[in-house]
Design a protein around this ligand. Sequence first.
Ligand SMILES: O=C(O)CCC(=O)C(=O)O
Ligand SMILES: [Fe+2]
Length: 355
Amino acid sequence: MAEVAAAAGPTTGSAVRVQSISLSGQSSVPPQYIQPLQIRPGNHADSFDNIPSVDLSDFDPAHRDRIREEIGRACRDWGAFHVTGHCVPSGLLERVKAIGRAFFEDFSMEEKLKYACDASSSATEGYGSRMLENDDVVLDWRDYFDHHTLPLSRRNPSRWPHHPPDYRQTMAEYSDQMSLLAQKLLGLISESLGLPTSCIEDAVGEFYQNITISFYPPCPQPDLTLGLQTHSDMGTVTLLIQDQVGGLQVLKDGTWVAVKPVPDAVIVMLADQTEIITNGAYRSAEHRAITNSSRARLSLATFHDPAKSKKIFPAPEIVSSSSPPRYREVVYGDYVSSWYTKGPEGKRNLDMLLI
Ligand SMILES: O=C(O)CCC(=O)C(=O)O
Ligand SMILES: [Fe+2]
């Protein structure tokens, strides 16, 4: 790590920022970023497919059956889909991407590092790069800014960038809109399984929402690296938006499918606790981000998680003597700790709960 730090310039503790390496103009990536041969992105053919898309407009009783059916199919077959007609103003989607880009591209590294997250513990708020506690993992070609946004008792905008002037207001507005959309979607997802509308939401309890802006600088060796290693998200449902560069991929039946940017759409990604609550009827989406050599890419992921103390188990409404529980009960905080110490390695953490 010391070698990278010397080559990369500014650091906080041992935390190098990928953007510094990218800007230094090196023609090869430091060894810590080189993925093992079998998981390099070049080994997988790109698919011309895209994830399904569901139009939520006409959200009235007459259309609810159609929407429910489409969502059910997308959840069963993919675990990931675009939604359009979601009522989140397109101006807000653009503004939140613009403030994110302004932080990464307009601030000097010195200014950015004033917001550095605590590199010695996981999931702290602020500007970082390295996600896992484990020292021998291959590093992601990504920097990020993580915001704690809900419940309101966790939301402290004074820890977020002070510039552009509308940063904090825009992020707060975006957080509220994403929470409403997540609630609406979890209701539809429950209904699509014949469950009461509030089933998944009741099993989750109050949303703990975090918003992570990921910034993937141009990478001199995209065939050797990953922007974000293969994982499924830990919580219940992730709502993601990306810019026009593209780089997100979802694993479908053993093939990586590129999630092509759709203007104004929001990507819905089922996460691990939804897989447990639905007793595996819907599986969480395995995904990753690849890099490219010419254009920086930006995405915003909004995670909706249970409280750390919440016990998660297959919903009683879905288990029966003919369909027994397939997952062991887990305290959500224990699940998170295991993820951060062992690393995601695809869906290994969830698979460990299988009965
Ligand atoms: O940048 C992306 O498209 C993916 C981000 C992501 O998967 C995450 O933050 O968990
Ligand atoms: Fe993710």
